[in-house]
Design a protein around this ligand. Sequence first.
Ligand code: KG4
Ligand code: ZN
Length: 331
Amino acid sequence: MFVLGIETSCDETAAAIVKDGREVLSNIVYSQVEIHTSFGGVVPEIASRKHVEKISYAVEAALNQANMEIDKIDAIAATYGPGLVGSLLVGLSFAKALSYAKKIPFVAVNHIEGHIYANFITYPELKPPLVVLVVSGGHTNLIVLEDFDKYEVVGKTRDDAAGEAFDKIARYLGLGYPGGPAIDRVSKFGDEEKYKYPVAAVEGYNFSFSGLKSAVINHVHTLKQKKENFKVEDIAASFQKAVVDTLVEKTVKLSLETNIKRVAIAGGVAANSKLREKLVERCTQHQIELYVPDFKYCTDNAAMVASAGYFRLVKGQTSSYSINAIPYIGL
Ligand code: KG4
Ligand code: ZN
């Protein structure tokens, strides 16, 4: 089965064709990051306008790259939420219109669910059950994936998402946007043990990063006021360590407590090199199998949406055209 995936939830206009949920035949991502960089973050109105300009080119490019005609496509999967409403509407409306015009079944996909499926692309043999840590700019979730369409969200953030904290701290430190990759890069030249930043103790598998963010900002402010010398690299590395340690400890704990000795990560922050390194270390210690998606499938893309759509379609699930964009939907 060939599924055309469409993803426009934030600032990437993406289209991809995936065979049987696992084999990527094409993967087109038109990033708007350069446009939004000058504003220090994504400007929703600009993002949706750029999606309108790019969406048909992205779909055409995906078909060309896969060497396919639209008539060979068995289904169209598109993200309906969560995300920026104007951005979501572009991809979703395009998908519905194309589906209606060409009489191709349509399936709406939850963006967070899409991130999880990046793992099934990278690892063709991988099957649930799985413990999944989804960490992106908008979400931080710990999930027990019991089956392809059956999961339980056992933990989430009470305030900032992990990626959001990275972005805000990077912005404060003058490292630019997007902040996650910048902090990752400069941290390699810093001492992560230099400062001990507190992470709020939250019950169960939930997270909170807003206090940590304030602690780092207040600390840097004090250092500046006292005219003390400091290296941005040390601040970045110490902050990154605080986030990564919390994410890793809760993920490993969930794996051990559920006895699901298979952990996967997903979302933009899954590209973080320290997170990957630390997870490898801790999972090896506890004989937990670790699955880490390819870099290109960690950040927003449409292949993951096509894959998630496929696993719904094979269970006979399609969506009605009445489905709307839902900016704040969870899993
Ligand atoms: O999944 P994604 O592309 O978009 C959302 O659905 O949010 O994630 C984007 C987030 C941003 O906050 C970005 O700073 C973060 O992922 N990110 C990283 C890294 N690469 C991207 N965070 C930490 N380290 C990275 N290497
Ligand atoms: Zn995302």
